[in-house]
Design a protein around this ligand. Structure first.
Ligand SMILES: Nc1ncnc2c1ncn2[C@@H]1O[C@H](COP(=O)(O)OP(=O)(O)OP(=O)(O)O)[C@@H](O)[C@H]1O
Ligand SMILES: [Mg+2]
Ligand SMILES: [Zn+2]
Length: 331
């Protein structure tokens, strides 16, 4: 591991900082291995032992939380999905329990959950599929014969809101659901789903099992959750290479999502190789100059223009070319 002990970095609060540098220069070691656990411990939260460092100083008392937004699966339960994660599903269940047929039948919001007994299909326990474990092959997944993949009991599916039952809703994409609930004046539900669209996940189905989401999608669902939070104390959000696998269009959305966090008073720290992200930073920390033993030092720090003007920085060299091209994505 490169020796980061002598490195002294400053991160401006309520701003967008990007950590740059060649592969192996020590970006993750610094941010994941030192800064994150050191800050967590300072906030009296559980964290692994940070790597060696000299001191932690600055306006850190103004940071009340630190969140590492990784690509690990959302939630512990395989029965969660994007809609449950951003709490939109709670509102949807309530809406269905308020329909006349539900009132007549005594269906409470719980009946519209596939995680608890009551309304869900008991044959598949609300999964819609039956998984058969095979000894010498990959597990076999078959549609549940009882509910035909609809996940709920017949009588629950009879409850509808403007022609859609709960299974139809779970089958909608985020964008479709925002349009549907917006059209019928259910602004609460549409509003809870909006952050998912804002981070570029409009194409995900509400009922898509979280275990099937990609790493980048998981990360963006978490980001959407934080954007949707009403009041929150100043938080430092950390991302390690969040644009991996993202298309140019989605990168712009991601940048807009970071801005949404900053406008709420938070601070965003991102490790990134992508030049379109790097040039949008308020502040850059360029680690290097090379990988392994030849890394671990602060090569340049400042605005993208400052770093571009730094002759020693490899990032600065590419950046100066990029800053000259006029196609900078407008935020
Ligand atoms: N636990 C460890 N033990 C030994 N060496 C390590 C360990 N973790 C990282 N290193 C080494 O330290 C150097 C910095 O690694 P680090 O993961 O911080 O790089 P990085 O800048 O994040 O690179 P990348 O852009 O490829 O993610 C690398 O040479 C790496 O091989
Ligand atoms: Mg790394
Ligand atoms: Zn079933």
């Amino acid at each position: 591991m490169n020796n980061l002990k002598g490195i002294d970095v400053k991160i401006p609060l309520n701003a967008f900082t990007v950590v740059t540098g060649v592969s192996g220069s020590g970006k993750s070691s610094l941010v994941r291995g030192i800064l994150y656990p050191a800050l967590k411990r300072r906030l009296d939260e559980v964290a692994e032992i940070p790597g060696e460092y000299s001191s932690l100083s600055g306006d850190i008392d103004q940071i009340r939380h630190v969140e590492f937004v990784d690509q690990n699966p959302i939630g512990k339960s395989t029965r969660s999905n994007p809609a449950t994660y951003v709490k939109a599903y709670d509102e949807i269940r309530k809406l269905y329990a308020e329909q006349p047929l539900s009132k007549q039948m005594g269906f409470t919001p719980q009946y519209f959950s596939f995680n608890t007994e009551g309304g869900r299909c008991e044959e598949c326990k609300g999964a819609g599929v039956i998984t058969i474990e095979m000894q010498f092959m990959a597990d076999l997944t078959l549609e549940c014969e009882e509910c035909h993949g609809k996940r709920f009991k017949r009588e629950i599916l009879d409850v509808s809101f403007n022609g859609k039952n709960i299974s139809d809703v779970l089958d909608m994409t985020v964008s479709e659901a925002i349009e549907f609930f917006g059209k019928y004046k259910k602004k609460g539900i549409a509003g809870k789903l909006q952050p998912l669209e804002d981070v570029g996940l409009g194409y995900i189905k509400l009922g898509q099992n979280s275990s099937t989401l990609s790493g980048g999608e998981n990360q963006r669902v978490k980001l959407a959750y934080f954007i949707g939070q009403e009041r929150q104390e100043p938080t430092l959000f950390i991302f390690d290479e969040p644009t991996t696998g993202l298309h140019y269009h989605d990168i712009r959305r991601l940048l807009a999502a970071f801005n949404a966090l900053i406008s709420k008073g938070h601070t965003v720290l991102v490790i990134e190789h992508n030049m379109d992200v790097i040039k949008c930073a308020d502040y850059l920390l360029d680690i290097g100059p090379e990988g392994g033993d030849k890394g671990g030092r602060l090569v340049a720090a400042g605005t993208p223009e400052d770093v571009a003007a730094c002759g020693r920085s490899l990032t600065g060299k590419y950046l100066s070319e990029k800053l000259q091209t006029p196609s900078a994505p407008a935020l």
